[in-house]
Design a protein around this ligand. Structure first.
Ligand code: R5P
Length: 299
């Protein structure tokens, strides 16, 4: 039985199709003070394996909770769903976090800060048998969960969605940390060269990109990263590449946060195409991460 957070409906339903497991009908609302109520939708007919009556709610088999955590609300929904599955007697609880928020705070970056990813992982890992997450910003976060954690990658499926014409494109990561993603995408595409730039973050919305020496004149370029947040990293990199003679610049990422005016920033800086996965549901989320997630779950 799949239990989906409100922000992960698409990937949860695709996962259900792949696993041939039903998605539990749930509703999500708030009390007047803002507290969240997640509950089984009693107006819907429940799938086989789920029962609700005045005696309570029961789940017969395993529960697969699917909930990205881009917001505090989503974090809370995830904890609520885990509690729901536990109290319903699910025989095993697997928690899928397609996009794991706070993974960029995997350590205290400055003295006096918490390792926020560790705090989040301890809370989520306390009430589950297995965690699956997709391309977390820092893989070390897997070690913070008190339960077993499997990391999977949704980079390869992005290759099929790119409308690249060239048989020798250039896959560029905006910083060294994303180079492995560029290598993986190039391997899935089957041709091309890989390189990376150097990035210094100046603030939440501004970065300084130092390009490499690679010659991109008259070449198609695909910029590859795990997350697009404000779009600064990709927009600045795209502008540099077009100024250096690239014919087109496309961007590929797993997690399209696209906060503030991120989408517009990319388009205004000449990005021809944006491809991303449904770990976060945005207009650019045309590739599903459900396949890699299904493979990472216990069989
Ligand atoms: C951080 O290094 C990540 O890999 C991304 O590069 C970053 O989150 C992108 O942020 P923005 O889109 O705001 O530049």
């Amino acid at each position: 039985m799949i239990l989906s957070g409100s922000v992960s409906q698409a990937v949860a339903n695709t996962l259900g199709d792949i696993l041939d497991e039903p998605v539990l009908p749930l509703s999500y609302r708030r009390f007047p003070d803002g507290e969240l109520i997640v509950e089984v939708d009693r107006s819907a007919s429940l799938p086989v394996g789920a029962t609700i009556d005045d005696g309570g709610f029961t789940l017969d088999d395993r529960a697969v909770i699917v909930c990205s955590t881009p917001t505090p609300r989503a974090h809370l929904e995830l904890l609520q769903l885990q509690d729901l599955a536990t109290s319903a007697g699910a025989e095993r609880i697997e928690t899928v976090i397609p996009y794991l928020g706070y993974a960029r705070q995997e350590v205290a970056h400055e003295p006096g800060q918490p390792a926020s990813a560790r705090a989040i992982a301890r809370a989520i890992g306390a009430n589950t048998d297995h965690v699956v997450t997709v391309d977390p910003h820092e893989p070390v976060v897997a070690e913070y969960f008190p339960a077993e954690c499997t990391i999977t990658s949704a980079i390869s499926p992005l290759a099929d969605a790119l409308s690249v014409q060239s048989d020798a494109p250039v896959f560029i990561a905006p910083d060294e940390g994303a180079r492995s993603l560029a290598i993986e995408l190039r391997a899935a595409y089957g041709a091309g060269e890989v390189d990376h730039f150097v990035k210094e973050r100046l603030s939440g919305e501004t970065v300084e990109i130092t390009p490499s020496e690679i010659d991109v004149t008259d070449r198609e370029v695909i910029l590859v990263d795990d997350i697009i947040a404000t779009g600064s990293t990709m927009a600045d990199s795209a502008r540099l590449l077009l100024d250096r003679g690239a014919t087109t610049v496309r961007v590929a990422c797993v997690h399209p946060l696209l906060v503030t005016s991120g989408y517009t920033r990319l388009r205004r800086n000449g990005v021809a195409e944006i491809v991303a996965t449904d770990t976060l549901e945005r207009t650019v989320s045309q590739v599903s991460a459900a396949g890699p997630i299904a493979s990472a779950l216990s069989s």
